[in-house]
Design a protein around this ligand. Structure first.
Ligand SMILES: Nc1nc2c(ncn2[C@@H]2O[C@H](COP(=O)(O)OP(=O)(O)OP(=O)(O)O)[C@@H](O)[C@H]2O)c(=O)[nH]1
Ligand SMILES: [Mg+2]
Length: 618
């Protein structure tokens, strides 16, 4: 029998990147005193991974809970960045409703559309939260209108279209139903969640069923499977059936059950339908499996795991500086680390290559893979990684490649540059609008009057590197968003979107200001003086499209004569620092990024000059 459990609400918070999801969850935790010492923990306590804090984005969806007025609200904070969209899609299956956050200034953005579509397709109802109303240029009314348009555009049902609206300032921790009265706390939000979000449907007396939707690794408890109990109950020590995705059944014993209290997982002896829990003891638990009653195992509809879209090789560092810096450098160590990552990193794939010292690693986007590389270097690994390549598919004997929807907001003076750049990258123009001034004399959220809003359909191969190129060409004034759209036939006219020529160090040594002064006339440099370099290392970008070897280590000749030229102060332009992600965007198929705990270097695959020239000719 299906019932609704009134003492629980399960919600997922979804939005475009940076619209304030994590900030809002923080405020909810703080105002219900759900986490002890929560005030002392500072900002964005949900973004607990180092890289989340540093990058200011959420990478992994995370569970927490608060209790308001005797009702437990389980909250899943989801990432807004497109690379982690698969996380959102899966976690929506644990939710019974969503909070759709919309920035009061920007209005709905591409990722708002993506996550809302997923939620509506699953039949979930939304509470629309117009956030950042404290911003001076916020236009909450316009944001509401645009959100309504988005719902109808996505074919929301009548019930879904009838969404409740609340206005918040997540930083201030306030919510209100009436925009004229900003409110003093989040009470109106808690009350709206309890009133408007459906209580979980449960089959309390049926045999156990739980769909595994997230994974976690615990040093003591091992691998944990996370999901919502759909039917029955689960007890510590119980023997259960793990129904694999292919239908095979493995019997396992539940060693621990955890529920969420505030930010923490708390062990309990038993949990019942409607609750979100983490289960330990199922050794090889993975996404999409049903944990079911041992006697009566019935699988729940599975979830699809997203297929990877980009791939690159992770190899043993072969540069002359290999092993100077890191302590984990062998192929075996790298392989073992990647295998461990596969346990919980759902959208990742690892394959062998014909080279024993390199593995093919596939993920959901450049950022997905960059986060892993960064994590590994922090753990002491050294790697050399290749250019990210888009993964092609075959359909009816035809080669297909991924295409993305690209939106660009930019001052109109840059129109020509955008059209030229996107044309080279084989984008087809879908629309171009000049932002009008609205009847009220203002402008729509997220836009400035007279600015252009341009949409393109573009092969993902063309999108890689687009943002940084437009950043430079539009002097930082282009706002670029992109989102996977579909697979389409391979575009043969797109040869190499990021063609470049590199400036290559010609000998081993230390760079000198004197030599760099001459070198900088050739293009832009990635290094300053006093940097150890090796022959074949990429030290800059040539202003022309061909590689060029340069001497960056030359010393000034000592002479008794003072000459005007040699004594003039050397004025070096600041180097264009290549971090991991910029490096990955920059390199070509014949180059690597060398990653060590303390350095990111770019290099040619073939370091030796003559050998490289020979290889380049064939
Ligand atoms: N002015 C203002 N800023 C806010 C508000 N809510 C969040 N912010 C700021 O917006 C930025 C992004 O906030 P987050 O909470 O990290 O956004 P998010 O939606 O979790 O971002 P992702 O997890 O990366 O998708 C932070 O600098 C916040 O301080 C608000 O109500 N008003
Ligand atoms: Mg976040």
């Amino acid at each position: 029998m299906t019932d609704r459990r009134q003492d629980i609400r399960n919600i997922a918070i979804i939005a475009h990147v940076d619209h304030g999801k994590t900030t809002l969850v923080d405020a909810m935790l703080k105002q219900t005193h759900s986490a002890r010492n929560v005030e002392a923990m500072g900002e964005l306590i949900m973004d607990s991974m180092d890289q989340e804090r540093e990058r200011g984005i959420t990478i992994k969806a995370k569970n927490a809970s608060v209790v308001y007025d005797g009702v437990k609200i389980n909250i899943v904070d989801t990432p807004g960045h497109a690379d982690f969209g698969g996380e959102v899609e899966r976690t929506l299956r644990m939710a019974d409703g969503v909070l759709l956050l919309v920035d009061a200034k920007e209005g709905p953005m591409p990722q708002t559309k993506f996550v809302l579509r997923k939620a509506l397709e699953l039949g979930l109802n939304a509470v629309v939260v117009i956030n950042k109303i404290d911003k001076p240029d916020a236009d909450p009314d316009e944001a509401v209108n645009k959100t309504f348009d988005l719902f109808s555009h996505l074919n929301a049902t009548h019930e879904q279209l009838d969404f409740p609206i609340i206005f918040t300032s997540a930083v201030a921790g306030t919510a209100t139903l009436d925009i004229a009265n900003p409110g003093t706390d989040l009470k109106p939000l808690f009350e709206m969640i309890i009133e408007k979000v459906s209580a979980p449907e449960v089959k309390a007396n049926d045999p156990l069923q739980l769909l595994v939707l997230a994974l976690m690794y615990d040093n003591y408890k091992g691998k944990l499977g996370i999901g919502k109990i759909a039917a029955g109950k689960i007890t510590k020590g119980q023997l259960i059936a793990e129904i694999k995705v292919d239908g095979t059944i493995v019997k396992s014993k539940v060693t621990d059950i955890m529920i969420y209290e505030g930010l923490k997982q708390v062990a309990v002896n038993e949990a019942t339908a409607g609750e979100i829990i983490a289960v330990a003891g199922i050794a090889n638990v993975s996404i999409g499996e049903t944990l079911a009653d041992a006697e009566n195992p019935v699988a729940l509809p599975p979830v699809e795991v997203d297929q990877p879209t980009v791939q690159m090789t992770f190899g043993v560092n072969t540069s002359p500086f290999a092993g100077k810096d890191g302590k984990l450098v062998t192929s075996r160590q790298i392989h073992a680390r990647l295998m461990k990552e596969l346990e919980t990193n759902v959208a990742l794939r690892v394959e062998d290559t014909d080279n024993d010292n390199a593995f093919l690693v596939s993920g959901r986007g450049e950022l997905h893979l960059a986060v892993l590389i960064e994590q590994m270097r922090r753990e002491g690994f050294e790697l050399q990684v290749s250019q990210p390549q888009v993964i092609m598919h075959e359909k009816d004997g035809q080669k297909m490649e991924p295409y993305e929807l690209v939106t660009i907001d930019v001052p109109s003076e840059f129109q020509g540059i955008i059209i030229e750049e996107c044309g080279q990258r084989k984008g087809s123009l879908l629309s171009m609008d000049t932002t009008p001034i609205t009847a009220k004399g203002g402008t729509p959220p997220g836009a400035v009057a007279g600015e252009l809003h341009i949409e393109y359909d573009m092969p993902t191969r063309g999108v890689i590197g687009l943002k940084s190129s437009l950043m430079t060409k539009c002097r930082g004034q282009a706002m670029v968003n992109h989102l996977f759209n579909k697979y389409e036939p391979f575009q043969p006219d797109l040869i190499n979107a990021n063609r470049h020529g590199s400036l290559i160090a010609f000998e081993n040594g230390q760079s000198t200001g004197y030599a760099l002064d001459t070198a900088q006339e050739r293009g832009s440099l990635f290094i300053g003086p006093g940097v150890e370099v090796y022959a074949g290392m990429v030290v800059g970008q040539n202003s022309r499209d061909e590689d060029m070897e340069i001497n960056v280590c030359k010393e000034k000749k000592l002479s008794n004569m003072r000459s005007k030229a040699s004594d003039a102060a050397i004025l070096l332009a600041p180097p264009r620092e290549m971090g991991l992600e910029l490096g990955l965007e920059y390199i070509g198929p014949d180059e690597f990024v060398e990653v060590t705990p303390h350095a990111i270097r770019l290099r040619k695959r073939i370091l030796e000059s003559n050998e490289r020239k020979r290889a380049g000719k064939v």
